[in-house]
Design a protein around this ligand. Structure first.
Ligand SMILES: Cc1cc2nc3c(=O)[nH]c(=O)nc-3n(C[C@H](O)[C@H](O)[C@H](O)COP(=O)(O)OP(=O)(O)OC[C@H]3O[C@@H](n4cnc5c(N)ncnc54)[C@H](O)[C@@H]3O)c2cc1C
Length: 390
């Protein structure tokens, strides 16, 4: 029963939950400990086979047109079991897939989008650079046209799936300052693995998200065919802004998932641990934290669903404020819940006997990737003033 989700959406939730618990959960140890990306790659392939990568995309290219709401349901249930896996899924079928979905040509969709939906290929998105993160419009990677090709030079860092991806949706400046502002001089391209001059410098060692790959990539005179350009030249900033709105709602879904997993772990432990001859849930200092956690999760999920509905039913452009609110609140809450979860469990929460320490290590990325907490707050206040004419 849900006052927010339809019967069809609840069925999807049940299906992905069952898949996550029966197929993914037994592999979490392998994802955490193995040095190889194979476990994640194989699960993404299986997600594709079972149709879970279809939700966002058009039927013509193998999608199911379930919408952003379907993507947040999948993000929540997979992230509750393993956030690293879901981050890799998201980077492939959503972050790389959405620019193709919304702006790609028929040929680009057939060639690049369908294999992502089937789970046969892995995608990535390349925005961030060593000198440019929050201020994405200031990126330094350059592309210029020579005949039927664009020549790309630059570097990208922190690219999820970067070293493993079959192709990457890359943003570069095609018309640099001072001729025009960066916002009107950016273009999106699909750069394919194996193109000459495209190299992986390294995968970063991270505090969490074991098993996934976050890479530093270099592009030296990479010749990309003009048919790999997504949308018109200099239209890339619009492509990027469009993608970021739906990405942020999906990350909010991931935040709800991580929060939910940490909450369930804490709640169960509070009924098992005995101190001073009673279950620790009997102390208000513990049970009131449980109450706070439960409330935050419901509020975060409600915001996330509202944001997904805005994208699905109203418009992308109108979703900026609610998408930022959902990401800000769900991701901040996930971090708070994981941190409080450790406190609630005492010493054992700080060990690897329980997954709480993994939730606390993985959760900070929620408030960084797809725009930091401050960037979300900036967007929320900007829209709040703008709506009132200030
Ligand atoms: C695990 C991981 C995966 C990632 N995956 C991808 C990916 O797949 N593709 C991709 O392109 N990028 C990816 N990123 C990069 C991520 O999107 C950036 O790290 C993020 O946008 C922040 O940029 P930055 O790290 O350069 O921080 P900065 O922009 O340097 O920010 C540093 C600090 O300054 C604050 N700040 C900056 N500007 C403002 C402002 N105007 N007002 C207030 N505060 C401000 C920020 O909030 C932050 O606290 C990933 C990062 C990580 C860690």
């Amino acid at each position: 029963m849900s006052v927010f989700l339809s019967k069809e959406e609840l069925e999807l939730k049940e299906e992905i939950k069952q898949f996550a618990e029966e197929y993914v959960a037994p592999k979490v140890n392998e994802i955490e400990k193995s040095k190889s990306y194979d476990t994640i790659r194989n699960i993404i392939r299986e997600l594709g086979k079972r149709g879970f990568l279809r939700v966002l995309h058009p039927k013509e290219y193998g999608g199911s047109e379930f919408g952003v709401i379907g993507d947040t349901i999948i993000a929540e249930e997979l992230s509750a079991i393993n956030f690293a896996l879901d981050l890799s899924r998201l980077a492939s079928v959503h972050l790389c897939g959405m620019p193709l979905n919304r702006f790609g040509t028929h040929e680009q969709k057939e060639k690049f989008l369908t294999p992502l939906i089937k789970g046969e290929k892995i995608g990535a998105i390349g925005i961030t650079e060593p000198d440019v993160g929050s201020d994405a419009a200031g990126m330094k990677t350059r592309a210029h046209r020579e005949g039927d090709y664009y020549i790309i030079n630059g570097e990208k860092r922190f690219i999820t799936n970067g070293s493993q991806a079959d192709y990457i949706c890359l943003f570069a400046i095609t018309t640099p300052l001072p001729i025009t502002r960066p916002k009107t001089g950016m273009t999106a391209f699909i750069v394919e693995k194996g193109m000459k001059g495209f190299t992986v410098e390294k995968d970063y060692e991270l505090m969490g998200l074991n098993g996934t790959r976050i890479s530093h990539l270099r592009f030296k005179n990479v010749a990309v065919p003009a048919e790999n350009r997504i949308a018109d030249e200099n239209y890339g900033f619009k492509v990027l802004m469009d993608e970021l709105n739906s990405e942020r709602v999906a990350i909010a879904g991931q935040g709800v998932g991580v929060a939910k997993a940490a909450f369930e772990t804490a709640l169960r432990y509070s009924t098992e641990r005995i101190q001073f001859d009673r279950e620790i849930r009997g102390f208000e200092g513990v049970s009131f934290i449980i109450a706070d956690m439960a409330t935050r999760i419901e509020a975060a999920r409600a915001l996330t669903i509202q944001a997904a509905r805005t994208l699905d039913r109203i418009s992308n452009i109108r979703a900026t404020k609610i998408a930022s609110m959902a990401k800000y609140y769900a991701c901040h809450s996930a971090n708070w819940i994981a941190k409080e979860g450790i406190q609630l469990m005492g010493g054992i929460g700080y060990t690897k006997e329980h997954p709480m320490e993994r939730f606390a290590r993985d959760a900070p990325l929620l408030e960084i990737g797809g725009g930091t907490r401050n960037v979300m707050l900036y967007l929320i206040q900007r829209e709040a003033y703008r709506e009132r004419g200030f």
